[in-house]
Write a protein that binds this ligand. Sequence first.
Ligand SMILES: Nc1ncnc2c1ncn2[C@@H]1O[C@H](COP(=O)(O)OP(=O)(O)OP(=O)(O)O)[C@@H](O)[C@H]1O
Ligand SMILES: [Mg+2]
Length: 262
Amino acid sequence: MTSLSPSDPIDGAPGAIEGANGGIQPGRYYGRGIPYLPINGYPGKLIAVEGTDGVGRSTQIQLLREWLEVKGYGVIETGWTRSPLMQPTIELAKSSNTLNKLTFVLLYATDFADRLEKEVIPALKAGFVVLSDRYIFTALARAGVRGVDRAWLRSVYGFAIAPHLVFYLNVDVKTLIRRVLEARGMDFWESGMDLKTGDDIYESFRSYQSKLLKEYASMADEFHFRKVDARRSVDRIQDELRKQVEAFLEPAEKLAEPALVR
Ligand SMILES: Nc1ncnc2c1ncn2[C@@H]1O[C@H](COP(=O)(O)OP(=O)(O)OP(=O)(O)O)[C@@H](O)[C@H]1O
Ligand SMILES: [Mg+2]
């Protein structure tokens, strides 16, 4: 695998960003980055929670946020397609159903860029914990299923920052189907109906989500996902997330504890 330093060029070199996270320190750009926004040495921490549609990301992020705030951390949350600039456009694009793959990829990338520059980077600079509901891995997984060139897509997202922690809420498709049906039903996009593999939304959901889960699994090692078994209860998942976040944010205090007890 090639490892890149943030200043290495990635343009025009298909595959060059492959494995980028292996050599990229958390908190640094994966690729060329945003040229006018150097980010080295910012005190904030970026924590991404990834996982497929309806797996329980938002539930866990809300609980993490409350817990971190009680502990005294400044926290901001950012989420896929939530940029005020791009959200209406993406909604329009989804409802009109006339978009090609390239335009869709670029709309999502613009949403991501807008939030990165306006929300994430300022928060990292100010020392906040940034909780990201989905990250570029969502784009990579969805585009992978739709046959978009992986090397190209990775170079598009070369301006993204490698998170300090990526939690991947891992689930099997059977459990996911049960959870989604109990919660709210299946929608057009999360069933991959745009791929026109058939008219049966249930079958389409099962097949599309299985493919997405494979895409996520294929990225797990490369991007240092911390896999969390999301088939368990909300509380058990949250316990595990809190333990891992605490060990990451407060390692020195943890080490100091035995000395205090003595
Ligand atoms: N561990 C769990 N066990 C059972 N149900 C869960 C669990 N986690 C979340 N849920 C339920 O599943 C539904 C989806 O949860 P949530 O909205 O957190 O998922 P999400 O991943 O953010 O979904 P979306 O992709 O729509 O943003 C909710 O009704 C929630 O209460
Ligand atoms: Mg959600």
